[in-house]
Design a protein around this ligand. Structure first.
Ligand SMILES: C[S@@+](CC[C@H](N)C(=O)[O-])C[C@H]1O[C@@H](n2cnc3c(N)ncnc32)[C@H](O)[C@@H]1O
Length: 278
């Protein structure tokens, strides 16, 4: 049975009425599965990860994304969980929401979590999303994906270092921030810095969706405590038995402090490209 901490939130919070997180996720029979590949070093090494600069071979991260082609992979399960939460957030935005529904995604990869939902959701045309991805193959492939899905006008993909807050200057406060595939690849101090900076990306009521593997020592209790410390409440935490993946959803429940967003800040160094423990 999956552990889920979804809560009913039928009350006004921040800028819109929050609907309950119904956990509309069905769980497969758990027979296999150990982990979402690439969120930690051994998986990357097992797949020969880490092609060097100038290499003609696809980068480690390009190969990491190949697991999305297998609907039975842990990564595909993780994607469905994230997409279900993104969909739920869009469902909860009231029609009178002022301006575009803003989404920001750090280290967005192919952008499947945002693009595939925005292109199919009734509120998709109201979305203005910014996806930041460093890999020179993945960023264009996310752009192609957005164009093929007909949402190139809603989803902007920047090829750049997502740790630099200046990218988000014109896109925050966002209604939804995605930090997926990041927390397993940065140091604990960077993790703390990133979570403490997230209120600066938000309005009161904005949500953050994040992922982290639970390979021992499981860092997700630390991540969840950091969110609480930064003024977020937990809406959901999905950690299916038999998998090491976990997906969290947090909502900012206080006004962000004045000046919380620092466009000069650098949040993290990515150390998880298959070479170093994160
Ligand atoms: C584990 S993958 C997650 C991708 C995507 N968020 C997902 O969940 O499918 C990590 C991604 O971070 C990207 N990345 C690594 N360092 C980055 C940086 N400094 N800025 C932006 N993207 C970065 C990698 O290229 C890779 O696509």
């Amino acid at each position: 049975m999956a552990r889920s901490m979804g809560r009913s939130m039928g009350r006004w919070m921040g800028r819109w009425r929050i609907r309950s997180w119904a956990g509309a996720v069905t769980w497969p029979t758990l027979r296999w599965v150990v982990m979402a590949p690439g969120d930690h070093p051994e998986t990357a090494e097992a797949t020969g990860g880490g092609s060097g600069p100038g290499s003609a071979a696809p980068s480690h991260w390009v190969r990491w994304h190949e697991s999305y082609e297998d609907p039975a992979s842990p990564l595909s399960l993780r994607l469905r969980l994230v997409q279900s939460m993104v969909r739920d957030v869009l469902d909860s935005v009231p029609p009178e929401h002022p301006g575009p529904i803003r989404i920001v995604s750090l280290c967005a990869g192919q952008g499947r979590d945002v693009i595939d939902v925005v292109s199919t959701h009734p509120r998709g045309s109201d979305v203005s999303a910014l996806l930041v991805e460093l890999d020179p193959e993945l960023a264009p492939s996310a752009r192609d994906r957005a164009a093929a899905a007909g949402v190139a006008d809603q989803v902007r993909i920047v090829e750049g270092d997502a740790s630099l807050c200046r990218w988000y200057q014109d896109s925050v406060p966002a209604d939804l921030v995605l930090v997926c595939g990041v927390f397993g690849n940065i140091s604990r101090s960077d993790l703390t810095r990133t979570i403490q900076a997230l209120p600066g990306f938000c309005w009161m009521g904005s949500e953050v969706i994040w992922t982290r593997h639970r390979r021992p020592p499981d860092a997700t209790p630390f991540v969840r405590a950091q969110f609480a410390d930064a003024g977020f409440e937990e809406v959901a935490f999905e950690a299916p038995d038999g998998y090491v993946l976990a997906v969290g959803r947090h909502r900012l429940v206080a006004e962000p402090p004045a000046g919380a967003f620092d466009p000069e800040a650098k949040l993290f160094d990515f150390v998880g490209d298959g070479a170093l423990p994160a």
